[in-house]
Every structure is written in C-alpha cells, then in structure tokens.
Design a protein around this ligand. Structure first.
Ligand code: TA6
Length: 296
C-alpha cells in the first residue's frame, strides 16, 4: 500500500506517504517555502498545518482517537452529507471513510496539492441510499486552500450538508475574537436552533457558543492577540459559517477532549449547513475555503 502510493503519487521532497497515528496512512505535503501539511487518507482528514512563519495552525486533541470508525478530534474533520446529529452518524460518514488518492501536483508557483475522492459503496448506500462522488483538493503554500465538490451520479435527487469543521489552534480562548459576522442571522444550537441576529462586531468566548450563521459574509477573521496572528477565512460557494467552542462545562462531556481542551481552539466552520443543499441527478456543486495568515 505505502510503496504503491509513493510510487504512483509521491513527489520527491514534496509529497510522501507514511504510516501515521494509529497506523493510519498519512500524506505529508511540504512546499519549497518550508510549509507543511499532514493529512490522513482516512476521512481525507487534514490533521496538521505547520506554517513557516506562524507554526502549527490547527488544534489536535492529545486525547483524539485514530481508529477506524471513530472521528478525529482536531484538524479539519469533513462534514458530509449530514451536519450534526440525525439519521446518519454525527456529521455524516465522510470523516470516517477511507478516501482514495486521485492525483498529486506541484504547481509552477510551488503550491503542493493532493486530490482525493470518496464514492458511494454498499456501506454508504445502506445508510444513505444515493450514488455520489465527493472530491477534495488540498493545496499548500503560505496559505491553505481546501476545495470540496460533490456530484450526484445517481438517477434520483438528494440533498446534503457539508462543512470544513476546522479546529483552529489558539493561545487561549479568552484572548481570541471572531470578526465578520455582525448583522448575520444565526441559529443557536444551544437554544434549539432559535434564530437571532449577531449584534457584535467581535465575537468573544466567555461561555459555550454553538451557532450556525446563515448566508454569512465570505471573509471571516480570527484574531489571536497573544500570538499576534490574524487568520482570514475566505469561503467560496459555502453559504454558512458555524462558530463553536464547548467551553468548560460541555468540554467535560467530550471524552476525547481534556477538561481544559476548550481553551486551545475555536471552530469556525465554512459550509453549506442549513438548509440542506438539493442536488439533482447529474448535477455537481463546487466549493472552497482559503485560509490566509498575517501578523496583526
Ligand atoms: O459544529 C459544532 C458541533 O455541531 C457541536 O454541536 C459539537 O457537537 C461539535 O460539532 C462536535 O461534534 P462531534 O460529532 O465531532 O463531536
């Protein structure tokens, strides 16, 4: 497996496949500038992004499982085809499925990318009776671009939700603000998804926040004051943004987070969450998230 992957998709000094946590196959992408991404083929799950100027950008819980069938707690879990709880496992089956490598590339500008796909199977059709192919393209340079597309390859329409459930590492949750959502309607998952309007320019985290901001602006900003870091999230073809931090009380109920694990991350999740997106037979949807870093 690893030798075939490296033979077919490895690129000297740029892309290598190895056995990672829990024996999961991981791809390591290194660009010429010194940036690095590690991602598992399991869930097409980006686990780490080390930027040459700002270090590790994503949070990974020290208590995360790396077991087939379990979600990984950190990095970018892929939400598809369901958001949250429902008929399918929480956040759908994409993040607990083995994705296939389709191609790898180094662009003229030095961006290193990998493309992976997930197609329906007897197991997925058992719980979600639709034909589809989902694709992920991850492109690394000083910024990180993740593209998600899905085609309805069946004869019947379906609807789905998708999101990049990104765990951004922060110095401390009480020193972090999220900007760009003022005036946006959100569904408050702590109040049975009651609708309200965000009235703050800067969202702060003194208690649990779990909100689905609908039709949110495409440019969002996380500011980590102690780290003097601004993270810009540019979403394309992704209507919504979920903002989540469990804070102390909820954190105690999440076994793969340490009791104070909430202090080390904020989730800002670009996606098409609610309402679900209808997809007629033969139709496809393209979307992308671009994350830029700067000193602030
Ligand atoms: O995106 C926010 C959320 O839906 C929260 O309600 C919380 O459940 C979080 O996702 C984590 O979900 P998970 O299934 O990964 O434990």
């Amino acid at each position: 497996m690893l030798s075939e992957l490296n033979r077919d998709f490895g690129i000297k000094d740029r892309i290598e496949f190895t056995s990672g946590n829990g024996g999961l196959t991981q791809a390591t992408l290194r660009d010429p500038l010194g940036n690095m991404v590690k991602l598992f083929l399991y869930g097409a799950h980006i686990a780490s992004w080390v930027n040459r100027s700002f270090g590790e950008i994503f949070f990974m819980s020290p208590r995360s499982d790396f077991l087939i069938g379990k979600a990984i707690r950190g990095g970018i879990p892929l939400v598809f085809p369901q958001f949250g709880t429902g008929r399918l496992p929480s956040h759908g089956f994409a993040r607990t499925s083995e994705w296939r490598v389709r191609s790898t590339n180094v662009s003229d500008s030095g961006a290193v990318s990998i493309s992976m796909s997930l197609t329906d199977s007897p197991e997925t059709r058992d719980i979600w009776p639709h034909r589809f192919t989902a694709n992920i393209v991850v492109s690394l340079e000083d910024s990180l671009k993740t593209e998600f597309s899905v085609i309805n390859s069946g004869e019947t329409p379906f609807e789905f939700s998708n999101a990049f459930h990104t765990y951004f590492a922060v110095s401390s949750i009480d020193a972090v603000t999220v900007r760009g959502l003022q005036g946006t309607t959100y569904l408050d998952s702590l109040r049975n998804r009651e609708a309200a309007i965000e009235n703050r320019e800067l969202i702060t985290f003194s208690s649990q926040i779990d909100r689905i901001y609908q039709n949110a602006p495409d440019h969002l900003y996380i500011h980590d004051r102690p780290r003097k870091l601004q993270i810009e999230i540019i979403k394309q073809g992704l209507r919504d943004a979920v903002v989540w931090n469990p804070h102390a009380e909820r954190c105690l109920q999440i076994p793969d987070l340490s009791p104070d694990g909430y202090r080390g991350f904020v989730c800002v999740e670009a996606g098409n969450v609610l309402p679900a997106t209808p997809l007629p037979p033969g139709a496809a949807i393209q979307s992308a998230q671009l994350v830029n870093l700067s000193t602030s």
